[in-house]
Design a protein around this ligand. Structure first.
Ligand code: GUN
Length: 299
């Protein structure tokens, strides 16, 4: 079997075009332009790329977008002040702080400082709680992108055994929760694996849908999957490659070539989950703006 490639660029373009139409409608009918503010602390090159992509995508969708880049040595107090000023600024309906933060800053304090109504990353404990209770307001963007890809590629998780490798707050925990919820796009049986899991391959081989979010280049090998599996690769790992001008190439958490031979469908890296993350972030920002027009729909 040679797997169907799940094209995240194409699927994301569809979502982004829907978002752009909604933005136009909000502008013309309600004179509201959705706004997204993205804060980056430090100069991590990968984070800088992500932040620029988010800003650019927001502008392309017709939104107001602002990127705020703070030096790595910015104090926690200063970061919190920036976040609070954005919370109070009605121009921005969505506020996010790119993670990871420099080690002298308490990530939880920053995440909790974001107004839950503007937390388009869905990482505030209040929004995580709503998600877990099945009353999701802002689903974190990467898990939302994964769920969208599964449903829209004809691989609905209902009744399937989904194995999630990785238990991060950004991907593993929320996606496991979302796919086990009762309702459309959910109803799966979910197993979560992590660094302390014993005999990982015996569990990954049971997966109808395998979601790899471990941050280890090509860790999921062909012997770890069954024939016909649907594979979602969330990993974005830089590996040295002297043949490339920039000196590295991007690989996922999955050995793409070998696993493609057994899988029914698989997401590539790059061009899979990554573009979907941005599209879903834009969608969350539009939802946040819509709630300012129709506050009765707010939690
Ligand atoms: N770093 C990696 N992924 C994400 C994300 O989805 N949101 C934020 N804020 N930072 C990230």
């Amino acid at each position: 079997m040679s797997a169907e490639i799940l094209n995240g660029v194409e699927m994301a373009a569809e979502v982004r075009s829907e978002v752009a139409s909604t933005v136009q409608e909000m502008k013309s009918k309600h004179s509201v332009t959705p706004g997204l503010a993205v804060v980056l602390v430090g100069d991590d090159p990968a984070s800088a790329v992500y932040v620029r992509s988010k800003e650019r995508a927001a502008v392309e969708a017709g939104m107001v977008s602002k990127g705020i880049v703070l030096p790595a040595e910015t104090s926690q107090k200063e970061v919190l002040e920036v976040v609070r000023a954005l919370n109070d600024d009605p121009v921005y309906h969505g506020v996010l702080v790119q993670l990871p933060l420099p080690s002298h800053i308490d990530e939880n304090a920053v995440i909790e400082a974001v107004d839950p109504g503007k937390d388009v990353d869905g990482l505030h404990p209040y929004n995580m709680g709503l998600l877990m209770a099945g009353r999701s307001r802002f689903a974190p963007a990467t898990p939302a992108g994964i769920q969208h890809m599964l449903v829209h590629s004809g691989n609905d998780p209902e009744g399937k055994h989904v194995v999630v490798c990785g238990r991060s707050n950004i991907v593993g925990k929320p996606i496991a929760n979302m796919l086990m919820q009762r309702g459309p796009g959910g109803n799966a049986t979910v197993t979560v694996c992590h660094t302390r899991t014993r005999d990982l391959p015996s569990i990954t081989r049971q997966a109808d849908i395998l979601i790899a979010a471990v941050g280890q280049p090509q860790m999921i090998t062909a012997d770890m999957v069954k024939v016909g599996v649907v594979v979602i690769d969330v990993g974005v790992n830089r590996v040295e490659d002297a043949s490339r001008k920039r000196g590295y190439r991007l690989v996922g958490d999955v050995d793409f070539e070998a696993v493609s031979e057994k899988a029914k469908a698989i997401t590539p890296v790059p061009g899979g989950v990554g573009p979907m993350t941005i599209a879903m972030l834009l969608r969350n920002t539009v939802d946040a703006a819509r709630r300012t027009i129709h506050p009765e729909h707010s939690e």
